[in-house]
Design a binder for this molecule. Structure first.
Ligand SMILES: Cc1ncc(COP(=O)(O)O)c(C=O)c1O
Length: 383
């Protein structure tokens, strides 16, 4: 019987690496996890306590499709506290992770056949979700010459006015590269002038190592801002995210969310209100990421891995492995098999040049990172 072409999208390769690592662990062999793009810490204590209370007291049925009011209000307050801007809670939609937010945004903003620019290398699910919706992903190649961020010339070359959307993550996965405030402003001006819907993936906000990230919500009411409790808030499996929406998209998104999801998980919503008051614990996680980053930036070059993307934010180092291999998939498989260090081949993030890169996630413990560097050094030094 017929099945749809829409399901014929590529696998998310990092999930395959995670599976190989899990198989190795099940066989009783240790793994140093540098493949997973998620914190190694649990949800903050305040969130866990709020979840227990909600379990004891709450009905936890469906919620309103846009999310429970106290959470939407607390997210609005977060914009005031963290970025110093007013965002009315009516513009906030709570979603099933940022993944749910992409689906809703793509459906509400674009029609089949529309063109949406994304960066290469970039988070692979953008390309794959757009493809599954018959929206054309237009890849904008970015590289070390511009800190893995697009220039206006690159956007022009990708179609300029012919584009319907542009999606950028800052800080980015896999490169950790960030758009500075003036660069983001320039890109937003360009999008406004060319009627391109800007979508800002801000999932790594809060995890930065120099200047803080700038939110597109402060600069343009037409931008769709997407964020999540997965990374800074250390709550990946709770499947909760949010969007700040332009006025004209509120009702279409609400209708889509009602029909597609009914609501985001109720327990996670009740618990997540407390997340914004757990900054001490969460900033301690970021301090650990910062130590891990310093360690890798010092140790990887000693192993011969001396070319990487900026790592201004997020918890990744995207390293050029051209001197060792032109097949990162095989390289990562051997690395795991022979050293127990799991890392992700760049092919996931970049179908053209990714075979020459691997992504190390440094969200784990500093002890694990140090041991992984020691093993890598030994392994790569072999004649
Ligand atoms: C850039 C980026 N956006 C979105 C996501 C999806 O996150 P979630 O659906 O857990 O919010 C990820 C996950 O790794 C990511 O790296």
């Amino acid at each position: 019987m017929k099945i749809s072409q829409r399901g014929a999208i590529p696998a998310f390769i990092v999930m395959d690496v995670m599976k190989a690592a899990a198989d190795r662990e099940n066989a009783g062999e240790g793994v140093l996890h540098m493949e997973v793009g998620q914190p190694s810490t649990p949800a903050p204590k305040g969130v866990v306590a709020a979840a227990k209370q909600a379990l004891d007291e709450g009905v936890l049925g469906y919620t309103l499709a846009m999310g429970i009011t106290p959470l939407r209000e607390r997210i609005g307050q977060h914009y005031q506290e963290y970025y110093g801007i007013a965002v009315p809670s009516e513009r906030i939609c709570v979603t099933t992770g940022s993944s749910g937010a992409f689906l809703l945004t793509f459906l509400a903003a674009f029609d089949p056949g529309d063109k949406v620019a994304i960066l290469r290398p970039g988070y692979p699910c953008y390309r794959n979700i757009l493809g599954a919706l018959d929206i054309e992903p237009v890849e904008v190649p970015v590289g070390p010459e511009n800190r893995f961020q697009p220039t206006l010339e690159a956007l022009e070359a990708a179609g300029g006015r012919a584009l319907d959307g542009l999606l950028i993550a800052s800080p980015a996965n896999p490169t950790g590269s960030m758009l500075h405030g003036d660069e983001l402003r320039q890109i937003l001006d360009y999008c406004r002038a060319n009627e391109i819907r800007y979508i800002s993936d801000e999932i790594y906000h809060g995890i930065t190592y120099g200047e803080p990230a700038v939110t597109a919500a402060a600069l343009d009411p037409n931008a769709v801002v997407i964020n999540s409790f997965s990374k800074y808030y250390s709550m990946t499996g709770w499947r909760l995210g949010w969007m700040v929406l332009p006025e004209e998209m509120i009702r279409p998104i609400e209708r889509l969310a009602q029909n597609l999801f009914i609501s985001a998980p109720s327990l996670a919503q009740h618990a997540a209100i407390a997340a914004f008051d757990c900054r001490g614990e969460l900033d301690a996680n970021v301090a650990r990421y910062a130590r891990n980053r310093e360690l890798l930036l010092a140790e990887l070059p000693k192993a011969g891995l001396d070319k990487f993307a900026p790592a201004d934010g997020a918890f990744y180092i995207y390293a050029d492995v051209r001197k060792f291999t032109n097949d990162a998939v095989v390289f990562c498989a051997k690395l795991l098999e022979q050293t127990g260090v799991a890392a992700t081949p760049g092919n996931d993030f970049d179908p053209i040049d990714g075979a020459s890169y691997i992504r190390f996630s440094f969200a784990g413990s500093t002890k694990d990172m140090a041991e992984a560097c020691r093993r890598l050094n030994k392994w790569l030094a072999r004649p």
